[in-house]
Design a protein around this ligand. Structure first.
Ligand code: ZN
Length: 392
């Protein structure tokens, strides 16, 4: 009986503390007061802290086309002033991942994957993607999920106090910290209502910025086409967090009819993604090479890595693939050579440092292993890297 009291007391005191710390805020959509545990300031700070980690977990920044990066940023900045929270510190970046995806962290930190960008056909479609993500940030969809998660965590923590006399689990939860939080921020699966709301508000922002709402309809049509094809990349990417549906397409079509037409921007968009299109066969070879590696077809994987490198020698990911194949083949010196090349092409991505660290560890070069693993941790703190460092 005593234990039960402790449990409920802990639960209520935690929830009460959460309620007291922030209390009331303004719902950005309705303008009405509502309970918010996560203040604007906290939300922005959390987004800023986790944005680099989110990028790292999505392949790192795409660094090969500064003009394209500026273009994506500029399209986002055209929309942001018309959002329900125009004063958020919005940022729009491209990450180097083939899976078609886009995400927004609380506070307006947004990315689009290379793999989605290349599927789009016009600036209005890009504006539709970014407008949708802006809405998730502006209407606090991510922050709201966090608040829900905090209530659940508080309950779980309380339950843990009840179940466990010692608090090992609690300590483990605290240790998870950054990586777990940024993963949670990225894995938000939005509700059906949040998705419909993000489409609708996103279209409003688009139209106010001068874009044609047809871009949003074309975007939904593209999603439905990919869904019909059951493209595996799409299932693990965008569709996981922003499930498309016939209902969304239908509602977007109906809403677009009520809005004025505007700028589609097909030519300018095609011009801006010309380099990306030129490099597409190289990335395809890389994706196929990764698949071959997973199937342990090492000769085939090597051929595809070499093909990718010949087509686009500046891309660090391709050397990283070569390194990963050598690592699987237990040829650690050659793997180190390839990871070193990968780092030379892009020193900002954690993965080749982590993998080169593992190679050095296998070769018992502990000093070099620690240097690499520390660098990897500085870029993207992960539990598995931490454990590797601790195991020396
Ligand atoms: Zn969404």
């Amino acid at each position: 009986m005593k234990k039960l009291t402790v449990c409920f007391l802990s639960l209520f005191s935690l929830l009460f503390a959460l309620l007291l710390t922030q209390g009331c805020g303004i719902n950005p959509a309705t303008g009405k007061k509502e309970f918010q545990f996560v203040s604007d300031k906290k939300e922005i700070k959390m987004g800023e802290q986790n944005y680099p980690y989110g990028q790292q977990s999505s392949g790192g920044l795409f660094i090969h086309d500064a003009e394209l990066s500026r273009y994506v940023q500029s399209v986002g900045q055209k929309l942001a002033p018309f959002s329900n929270r125009p004063n958020l510190p919005y940022e729009f970046k491209i990450v180097n991942h083939s899976v078609p995806n886009a995400w927004a962290m609380p506070g307006g930190k947004i990315v689009i994957n290379r793999g989605l960008l290349i599927q789009l056909e016009s600036e209005a479609e890009l504006a539709a993607v970014l407008g949708h993500e802006i809405t998730h940030a502006a209407l606090r969809h991510g922050a709201k999920s966090m608040e829900r998660a905090m209530v659940i965590t508080a309950s779980m923590v309380a339950a843990n106090i009840f179940i466990q006399q010692n608090n090992n689990t609690l300590q483990k939860q605290a240790v998870l910290g950054t990586a777990a939080l940024s993963a949670m921020l990225l894995q938000t699966k939005y509700s059906r209502n949040a998705e419909l709301e993000a489409d609708k508000y996103g279209m409003d922002y688009m139209v106010k910025a001068g874009y044609d709402p047809a871009g949003a309809v074309q975007l939904q049509a593209l999603f439905m086409k990919m869904l019909d094809k059951k493209s595996p990349h799409w299932v693990e990417g965008l569709f996981a967090s922003h499930p498309p549906s016939k209902e969304r397409l239908k509602q977007n079509k109906a809403y677009a009819k009520t809005l004025p037409k505007g700028f589609l921007g097909k030519d300018i968009f095609q011009q801006k993604i010309a380099k990306l299109k030129k490099w597409a066969p190289a990335y395809q070879a890389f994706d196929d090479g990764l698949e071959a590696l997973h199937k342990k077809k090492y000769t085939k994987a090597h051929e595809l890595a070499t093909k990718a490198i010949l087509l686009f020698p500046n891309e660090g990911l391709f050397y990283q693939l070569r390194g990963a194949i050598f690592f699987q083949e237990k040829d650690y010196p050659k793997a180190i050579e390839a990871f070193t090349e990968s780092i030379a092409k892009n020193p900002h991505y954690f993965y080749p440092y982590q993998q080169r660290g593992y190679c050095h560890k296998k070769m018992r070069n502990f000093k070099q292993a620690k240097l690499d693993l520390d660098k990897s941790q500085a870029l993207f703190p992960l539990e598995e890297t931490k454990l590797a460092i601790e195991s020396f």
